[in-house]
Design a protein around this ligand. Structure first.
Ligand code: FE
Length: 196
């Protein structure tokens, strides 16, 4: 974790259509809130009572459950901020892989956009280590919907906090705008780091 560049995120003053206020609230309040809670959970785990471990309810169980919620929130938000801030022009090695695994770039794009409308939380293009293929997945919660071994490369946050202040209920326009801001240099770096 902690795979992000804070100054880069806070320099998102010129994102197309997504306001600085939205990004600041998203980063400073929500993202940093997850980091704080993750740390609090780590501290509490040190003294959690293992003698009372129980699968219906126990302090240890609740801490371990919410640890995944906080950790996945951090990882997915870092990826979301990481891929923003570009000119939105698709390029690089990952396009060839997308064409191979989805038939065409447009096939992938229309699938990803449609998933943005049917998910309640996240959409991601992943690299699936199980068979070396790219796949789109959705998640309604930070710690639900992920597939073991499939690592997120392109991540879209479709929770209302990500777009409501700028787009109201028009999630479709937010998704279109998200694509105008994608940084394909970063996306290719993420892809190469994962696959090489
Ligand atoms: Fe979010």
């Amino acid at each position: 974790m902690k795979n992000y560049n804070e100054s880069k995120i806070l320099s998102f003053t010129e994102l197309k259509g997504i306001s600085q206020k939205t990004i600041e609230n998203h980063y400073e309040k929500l993202y940093k809130g997850y980091v704080k809670k993750w740390q609090e959970i780590q501290d509490k785990l040190k003294s959690a009572d293992k003698a009372t471990a129980n699968a219906t309810f126990s302090d240890l169980r609740e801490l371990k459950l919410e640890e995944t919620f906080a950790a996945d929130a951090i990882i997915l938000h870092e990826a979301y901020f990481d891929v923003l801030g570009g000119d939105g022009k698709p390029s690089g090695e990952i396009i060839k892989a997308i064409e191979k695994d989805f038939g065409s770039y447009d096939n992938w794009l229309s699938d990803f956009k449609a998933l943005g409308l049917c998910s309640r939380g996240w959409v991601f293009l992943t690299y699936d280590f199980n068979d070396g293929k790219l796949r789109n997945y959705t998640a309604d919660l930070h710690n639900q919907g992920g597939v073991w071994g499939a690592t997120p490369i392109i991540v879209l946050d479709v929770y209302e906090h990500a777009y409501f202040a700028d787009f109201g209920t028009d999630r479709k326009s937010y998704i279109e705008t998200y694509f105008l801001n994608l940084n394909w240099d970063v996306i290719n770096k993420r892809y190469i780091k994962i696959t090489k």
